[in-house]
Ligand binder design. Structure first.
Ligand code: CMP
Length: 136
């Protein structure tokens, strides 16, 4: 089933000049970049983007990190995009992520974990709205 999903190359990866390497992974796998945008999220956008985590103890740290620097957001399209892209990015805890995944190859952090990808269709709709329906 052809699906779309959203990924965000996070501030740590942008600062380390990994944008090209990360997007290449998805292109080489066969996904098509249907939309792409670089932006610096406002604190309000970050709070809305991560609202599912607003009760978590790490919420403020997460909002502060994701809005601290430019990020690159992409809508990717391809077969089973939501679950396949999650497989490609690896576990949230980068130091435990399998080698061969993006987090497994490039990161060690938890909050600073290189990349975000939508975990469901509902998350994709909400998150892509926050990113692409704004003038930021
Ligand atoms: P992401 O895939 O963007 O979705 C939610 C984010 O919360 C996650 O990546 C991490 O960056 C962050 N996160 C999840 N668990 C923790 C945690 N225990 N401590 C700090 N940050 C976390």
């Amino acid at each position: 089933m052809v699906e779309q999903t959203l990924i965000i190359v996070k501030p740590d990866a942008v600062k380390r000049n990994l944008i090209g390497k990360i997007l290449t992974r998805f292109e080489e796998k066969g996904f098509v970049i249907k939309n792409i945008k670089s932006l610096n999220l406002t604190s309000e956008q970050a709070r809305e983007f991560y609202s599912a985590h607003k009760e978590k103890p790490f919420f403020e740290e997460l909002v502060s990190f994701i809005s601290s620097h430019m990020v690159v957001a992409c809508i990717l399209e391809g077969s089973n995009a939501i679950s396949t892209v999650r497989l490609l990015i690896g576990s949230t805890t980068s130091y435990q992520a399998s080698p061969g995944t993006i987090r497994g190859d490039y990161g060690l952090g938890i909050t600073e974990n290189i990349i975000h990808a939508s975990d469901s269709y509902e998350s994709f709709i909400k998150e892509s709205g926050v990113i692409f329906d704004s003038n930021t």
